[in-house]
Design a protein. Structure first.
Length: 365
């Protein structure tokens, strides 16, 4: 059996890492394709080293660009690889342009698509990620959902065949990885003390492509920092360009803007922060894994279960709401209940077992 895995952005490297390892344990041949959607070292290469990902068999080097342009280039190059390799199944992850391009190219060639993290919905069609995930789900043969809510979302769209609630692969690898890291070494590197700082990540197009939204968020960060709260802010390349384009001033005494950090460092920062301000879906979940609440400067989120249980807070890109919610959470002493939302830490193993059962089924036909 031959599986072809397609990745291109940070969250996909994380998810693919542990699934790839399970495939290799079962001696399943995997062809690894990196589209090059993230080409910054700390957004790409360093993740391959930390997560022990196999060296890509194909690096497409697509880079950045408008959504249509980027997706189109990926389609062309992925199709060439598929025609050459002729895989039995194609694995795609999450909701990026790499995800959609991989799924479309495979479906056109009648190769079964397996979508890891299927069924997520923000219900905002203005988000490129929402378009990517909906279209991918509707052309996938295997839909590996991370939660029961994701399964219900698929059912409402008439998708019931090939749906499996396996849990979240990000939970698998977060639990495994945090045990390998010297947390104090990371905190010392950035001169931070556990539960005495705020972590911030901003990268969604709805915020970076809007001068008003990005300005409001940055002004909120400075307001919070000026009240004595230390903030560490790893800046995504897209956000850095937007800050420069809009001429936004990030100077504040307690606001530490740094280059993108590695996956291991991000886990340590998420675990040891008192509060996280983020528009990232992945960071929202990782925060929950380590019981660190998130303030979300968006109007909706894919991870609605974390809002429903009162763990995370949606504020929109409003300076006053972000500031108030962050300060309230920072000084809160509420007890955080533990809910088993994202499975048992064995999602990757279940995914591979299902893929193998498909192989056995095909062999017996």
């Amino acid at each position: 059996m031959k599986v072809l895995s397609i990745v291109g952005a940070r969250p996909q490297f994380v998810k693919a890492g542990i699934v790839s390892r399970e495939l290799r344990k079962k001696e399943i041949k995997e062809i690894f394709v990196h589209t090059g959607q993230h080409y910054d070292f700390n957004m790409s290469e360093v993740f391959f080293k930390e997560l022990q990902l196999p060296k890509p068999d194909y690096y497409l080097g697509i880079g950045s660009g408008l959504h249509g342009e980027q997706t189109g280039k990926m389609l062309i190059e992925i199709e060439k690889v598929l025609l050459k390799e002729k895989p039995d199944i194609v694995l795609v992850y999450g909701d990026t342009n790499s995800t959609l391009a991989g799924a479309l190219a495979s479906a056109k060639l009648h190769i079964p698509v397996a979508h890891v993290e299927a069924g997520l919905r923000s219900f905002n069609k203005k988000m490129p990620e929402e378009i990517n995930r909906v279209l991918t789900d509707h052309i996938s043969k295997f839909l590996f959902a991370p939660t029961e809510i994701a399964v219900e979302n698929l059912k409402r769209e008439g998708i019931t065949e090939g749906v499996y609630n396996v849990g979240d692969v990000m939970y698998d690898i977060a639990l495994e990885s945090i045990e390998k890291i010297d947390e104090q070494e990371v905190l010392d590197k950035y001169n931070l003390k556990s539960k005495k700082f705020i972590l911030t990540t901003i990268h969604r197009a709805e915020n970076t492509d809007s001068r008003e939204n990005l300005t409001n968020i940055m002004e909120a960060l400075k307001e919070i920092a000026n009240q004595g709260m230390k903030i560490i802010f790893p800046i995504h390349p897209r956000t850095k360009k937007a800050v420069e384009r809009y001429n936004i001033d990030l100077k504040a005494e307690n606001l530490l803007a740094v280059e993108p950090v590695s996956y291991f460092e991000m886990l340590v920062l998420e675990k040891n922060a008192k509060v996280i301000i983020t528009d990232s879906g992945g960071v929202q979940k990782e925060g929950y894994f380590f019981r660190t609440p998130c303030i979300i400067p968006r109007n909706e989120t894919e991870w609605v279960e974390l809002i429903d249980i009162g763990f995370n807070t949606l504020t929109g890109a409003k300076k006053e709401k972000i500031t108030y919610a962050t300060l309230k959470e920072f000084y809160s002493h509420k007890e955080i209940k533990k809910y088993n939302i994202y499975g048992d830490g064995k999602a990757s193993r279940k995914i591979v077992e299902i893929i193998i059962s498909h192989e056995n089924y095909m062999d017996n036909k």
